[in-house]
Design a protein around this ligand. Structure first.
Ligand code: FES
Ligand SMILES: [Fe+2]
Length: 407
C-alpha cells in the first residue's frame, strides 16, 4: 500500500446518492479516495524524512510582528524540528532579522529569555561577549587581548534567511532558498494580500504540549465533521456554528487548493443558537458582533504548508503553529486575535469567546493524544477519509509531493 492512494478514479455514485456530497472527489480527482497509512504518523524514519525534506527546505512561520513587545524588540523561538534556537529581532527602523541564538565564542545559547525589548547589546551570560542588537555584529569581548582572531568581523551572530508577509515572519534554513517567500505562498498570498490583518490584535496565546504526532493535530483541526458528534463541549458550544444538512451533519461550503496550501470554508446555520451568556453579551454590545471583516463566509480555515494555520471565525482570527518535537511529541501554538475592544463590555465579550474557544480546544487536545494511542497500536495499518475531510487528504498529498520532489 502506498502512503496515499493516488488513483484518480472515483467510484460511480449510486443512483440514490446526493451527488453534491461527493463533489470534492470529483473536483479534485488527483487526491484519490483511498486510505492513508498509519505508518506516516508513528514511524521515526518518516519523521526524519519530514525534518530533512520538508522543514529544513521550506519557509517556516516563526511568529508575527505582534509577538514583539516594542518597536525595538526580540523574541526567542526554539525550534526542535530544526534543532535550532532563533533570536528574532526587530530594530528601531522596523527591519526584522532572525539569527541563530548562538554565541560565537563557545556556542552558548545566547539569550535565554522568551522575549523582551531590545537591549543595546545582546550579552552572553557565560563570558560576556556582546553583540549589537541592530546588526548582530560582535561589539565587545572581555579581556580581548587574550584572543587570536583571524577574522573578528566574522564573529557576529549568524543570520538566518528571514522574510515577512502581512506581518507574518518566516525563516528558511537555506542561505539561498530555491523559491522566494512570495512564490512559496503563491495563490494563498494572492487571496489574503489585502486582508486587513492590522484590525485584529493578538489577545491570547497558548502553547499546548501534546503527546502525539504533529500531523494528528493538524488533521483533527482540518475538518468540522467531528463538531456535531464530539461531546460534550463541541456539541454544546459549537452546535449550529457550522452549516449542517437536514441530518445534522456539517457541510463545508467550499474547498480550494492554493498551490502547496489550501482553504476550506463554512457558513453558519441560520438557526444558530448561541449560549445564554453569549446572547446576553452580544445584545449588550451589538456593534461588536457585526461582521467587520471582508469574509466570504464566517469561517475560513487556511493551511499554510507545512505547519501554519490562519483561520477566521466571525470577527476573530486564530492561528496555529504545529511544532513537531519528536515523532510523538508536538507543541500546538495557538494565538487568538480580536478587534481591539472599545469598552469594558467588549473586553468581556472577548474574554467569554476566549474561554469558550480554549475549552473546546482542550477537548481537541485530548482527542489528538487518544488518536496517537490508537495509531501507535497499529491495530489498523491505514484509515479512511470522507468527503468532508478533503483538506486532510490534500494536506497529505502535498506532503508526499514535497517529500518526493522538494518544496
Ligand atoms: S560562550 Fe558566550 S561568551 Fe563564551
Ligand atoms: Fe475540534
Amino acid at each position: 500500500m502506498t502512503d496515499l492512494d493516488d488513483r484518480p478514479s472515483v467510484p460511480a455514485p449510486e443512483p440514490d446518492v446526493d451527488h453534491a456530497t461527493r463533489r470534492w472527489a470529483q473536483r479534485f480527482p488527483e487526491l484519490g479516495t483511498g486510505p492513508i497509512s498509519t505508518d506516516r504518523f508513528i514511524s521515526p524514519e518518516f519523521h526524519e524524512r519530514e525534518r530533512e525534506q520538508v522543514f529544513r527546505r521550506t519557509w517556516i512561520n516563526v511568529g508575527s510582528v505582534q509577538d514583539f513587545q516594542a518597536d525595538a524588540a526580540f523574541f526567542v523561538r526554539d525550534v526542535d524540528v530544526l534543532d535550532v534556537s532563533l533570536l528574532v529581532v526587530r530594530d528601531q527602523d522596523g527591519r526584522i532579522q532572525a539569527y541563530h541564538n548562538v554565541c560565537a565564542h563557545r556556542g552558548n545559547k545566547l539569550i535565554w529569555e522568551r522575549e523582551g525589548a531590545c537591549p543595546r547589546m545582546f550579552t552572553c551570560r557565560f563570558h560576556g561577549w556582546a553583540y549589537g542588537s541592530k546588526d548582530g555584529a560582535l561589539d565587545f569581548v572581555p579581556d580581548e587581548d587574550q584572543f587570536y582572531f583571524p577574522d573578528r568581523g566574522g564573529l557576529g551572530l549568524t543570520p538566518v534567511t528571514t522574510d515577512t508577509w502581512n506581518g507574518f515572519i518566516f525563516i528558511h534554513m537555506m542561505d539561498e532558498p530555491p523559491v522566494t517567500l512570495r512564490d512559496h505562498l503563491g495563490p494563498l498570498a494572492d487571496r489574503l494580500d489585502d486582508f486587513p490583518f492590522e484590525r485584529l490584535s493578538l489577545q491570547y496565546r497558548y502553547d499546548v504540549p501534546e503527546k502525539n504526532n504533529w500531523k494528528i493535530a493538524i488533521d483533527a483541526q482540518n475538518e468540522i465533521y467531528h463538531v456535531p458528534m464530539l461531546a460534550p463541549l463541541h456539541r454544546f458550544l459549537s452546535g449550529g456554528a457550522f452549516h449542517t444538512n437536514e441530518d445534522g451533519y456539517t457541510r463545508i461550503a467550499d474547498f480550494q487548493r492554493l498551490g502547496l496550501h489550501s482553504v476550506y470554508t463554512s457558513a453558519s446555520d441560520s438557526d444558530f443558537q448561541d449560549t445564554a451568556s453569549g446572547v446576553a453579551h452580544a445584545a449588550a454590545h451589538p456593534r461588536f458582533g457585526e461582521l467587520m471583516l471582508p469574509l466570504e463566509t464566517p469561517f475560513a480555515f487556511h493551511v499554510v504548508f507545512p505547519n501554519l494555520v490562519i483561520a477566521f471565525f466571525n470577527n476573530s482570527m486564530f492561528t496555529y503553529n504545529f511544532w513537531p518535537a519528536a515523532v510523538d511529541r508536538t507543541t500546538w501554538e495557538i494565538r487568538l486575535h480580536y478587534p481591539e475592544p472599545a469598552n469594558l463590555g467588549e473586553r468581556v465579550l472577548i474574554e467569554q469567546a476566549k474561554c469558550r474557544f480554549r475549552d473546546l480546544l482542550c477537548e481537541d487536545q485530548a482527542g489528538h493524544q487518544a488518536l496517537h494511542v490508537g495509531l501507535k497500536s497499529q491495530a489498523r495499518d491505514a484509515f479512511v477519509l470522507g468527503e468532508q475531510e478533503v483538506q486532510i487528504r490534500a494536506f497529505h498529498k502535498t506532503l508526499d509531493d514535497v517529500m518526493q520532489r522538494g518544496a
